[in-house]
Design a protein around this ligand. Structure first.
Ligand SMILES: Nc1ncnc2c1ncn2[C@@H]1O[C@H](COP(=O)(O)OP(=O)(O)OP(=O)(O)O)[C@@H](O)[C@H]1O
Ligand SMILES: [Mg+2]
Length: 232
């Protein structure tokens, strides 16, 4: 199938998927990458934390709780590791892909830091935007799909996923964030709602409590509206 060409003035397109744990980011990001690839568009599917070999090491430190007696990451150390990961990811993966006019789909990006560290950890959204700016790290996605589910449903999905993965201590796979209490997850959700209000032109809120096919229809409809040339 031949697709309309990307407008000439564009250097690639950066689309991020955001939402609370278990909201369906990885599922939907993969589906979008698949549809675009099948239609012949060059796509880079990537993620934060991670997306580079170094970033995958940051990811392990960030998401896997260390075995006792090691102390867990302090909130500042956590924040700085996310920034380190983003700096590496931008320079090594995202920027070169955008320069070569590819569509970059990132499973989490800056809004995760703003919601988790900015709101739930309390550093403040504005403060963290300023930090990104001062460090030369402030790059907004062209479009952010915010998958909106109640955090309790997200965690239920993760629990089901862990149980399906096998009886051998499935909760050992639980990330540091999934182990946080309900108030933390509600604060993350509240953070995302505030971001959606702050950036209505960039963030599209997609209700994501339906089955994956229905959610993907909504994702595609949202993207078609913003970028009529993008999808088949
Ligand atoms: N719309 C949906 N309805 C029901 N289950 C879903 C839906 N979307 C994804 N799932 C399932 O829920 C689990 C979590 O989905 P997924 O990994 O895509 O979420 P995520 O947002 O990437 O989570 P995390 O924040 O942990 O990375 C998976 O087992 C997935 O198959
Ligand atoms: Mg995921």
């Amino acid at each position: 199938m031949s697709l309309p060409r990307q407008p000439e003035d564009r250097v690639g397109l950066l689309i991020s998927f955001e939402g609370v744990d278990g909201s369906g980011k990885t599922t939907q990001a993969r589906r979008l990458a698949e549809v675009l690839r099948q239609a012949g568009r060059p796509v880079v599917l990537t993620r934060e934390p991670g997306g580079t070999p170094l970033g995958e090491q940051f990811r392990r430190i960030l998401l896997q709780p260390p075995p006792p007696p090691a102390a867990s990451l302090t909130p500042r150390a956590e924040l700085f590791l996310y920034l380190a990961d983003r700096a590496q990811h931008w320079q090594e993966v995202v920027e070169p892909a955008l320069q070569s006019r590819q569509v970059v789909i990132s499973d989490r990006f800056i809004d995760s830091t703003l919601a988790y560290q900015g709101v739930a950890r309390g550093f403040g959204i504005e403060t963290l935007i300023e930090v990104h700016q001062k460090l030369g790290l402030l790059r907004w996605p062209d479009c952010t799909i915010l998958l909106d589910v109640d955090p309790r449903l997200g965690l239920q999905r993760k629990r089901r996923q862990a149980q399906a993965a096998g009886p051998a201590a499935p909760l050992a796979e639980w990330s540091r964030f999934e182990r946080e209490d309900a108030a933390f997850h509600q604060a993350v959700a509240e953070g995302y709602r505030r971001l959606a209000d702050m950036f209505p032109g960039r963030i599209v809120v997609v209700p994501a409590d339906a089955d994956p096919d229905t959610v993907f229809q909504r994702v595609q409809a949202a993207l078609r509206q913003k970028f009529p040339w993008l999808l088949p």
